[in-house]
Write a protein that binds this ligand. Structure first.
Ligand code: NAP
Length: 256
């Protein structure tokens, strides 16, 4: 009897969400006019050449925001930019090939803000470094890189951009990509998990601190999502090798 009532509740939930999606799907999640003003004209996505960052760029472009996408790999960045330009021809898409570890106040001012002429209303900090391995086996330089990519570079970018949002008096938005790992801790990813706790707690604090200035801050606490970064980490090998390993696994599914 209990199983039946659970099944019926699940069916009701599923069908009502399908109905809502059918009738209102295209409106769900769309920016209001005031959000578009607040988060426009430009969104910056730090770490957007693949995975969730590339999807952030696509989704924000679909809301008519111009997007500046930052990552290290030129070719991958250009592919993402091209696909967005093709789908949303009215949106401006620019790329910046750089290592976020090289961010400095002058890079942010000159290359990202274009000396103030590029009005940035939304910043998504998505890049990450995992530094996977047993804590005692991972070199200290690797552990420091986790904190430098995930936390220090984040501050280098978000601090000056929120100062500008506050000074311009237009408000804005900040999205910091965090992880469920930061809620629980996770074996062999301890420093990564701790760096994600930092991000979540920073976002919670800033959301209160910056609210009076009309700046929205949120952390996106993602769970396991099939992205290139996720695949590499599960395989426990570097990107180049993992593509080969992944390809072999894929073929093995079909009996090769
Ligand atoms: N996927 C998941 O299961 C999952 C779960 C929880 C949380 N998250 C979080 O979600 C975010 C995105 O994850 P993902 O799986 O999409 O990652 P991903 O596939 O590895 O993508 C990471 C992006 O960041 C860029 N990047 C990394 N280091 C950089 C650096 N030093 N300078 C510039 N760009 C850099 C990469 O581009 P280049 O290599 O071209 O530089 C890439 O575009 C991360 O913050 C992650 O912690 C993901």
């Amino acid at each position: 009897m209990r199983v039946y009532s659970i099944l019926i509740s699940a069916l009701v939930l599923l069908s009502s969400s399908l109905i809502v999606n059918y009738f209102f799907g295209s409106y769900v999640g769309e920016f209001t006019k005031s959000q578009r003003i607040k988060y426009g004209e430009w969104a910056v996505i730090a770490g957007g050449s693949e995975g969730l960052g590339a999807e952030w760029a696509r989704q924000l472009a679909s809301q008519s925001l111009n997007v500046l996408i930052i990552a290290r790999r030129k070719e991958a960045l250009e592919q993402v930019a091209l696909s967005i330009r093709t789908t949303y021809p009215n949106v401006e898409v620019e790329t910046l090939v750089t290592d976020l570890l090289d961010l400095s106040p002058s890079v942010v001012l000159h290359d990202i803000q274009k000396n103030g002429s590029r009005k940035i209303g939304l910043v998504v900090y998505n890049a990450m470094y995992q530094g996977m391995g047993h804590f005692t086996d991972v070199p200290i330089e690797t552990l420091k890189k986790v904190v430098n990519v995930n936390n220090v570079a984040l501050l280098e970018l978000v601090h000056p951009l929120t100062i500008s949002m506050k000074t311009n008096d237009l408000g804005g938005g900040v999205v910091l990509m965090s992880s469920l790992a930061g809620e629980t801790g996770i074996q062999n990813f301890g420093t990564y998990a701790a760096s994600k706790s930092f991000i979540t707690v920073l976002a919670r604090s800033l959301s209160l601190e910056l609210k009076p200035y009309n700046i929205d801050v949120l952390s996106c606490i993602a769970g396991a999502t099939l992205t290139p970064g996720y695949v590499y980490s599960r395989l426990g090998v570097n990107k180049e090798k993992s593509l080969i390993v992944w390809g072999k696994r894929f073929l093995s599914v079909f009996g090769f």
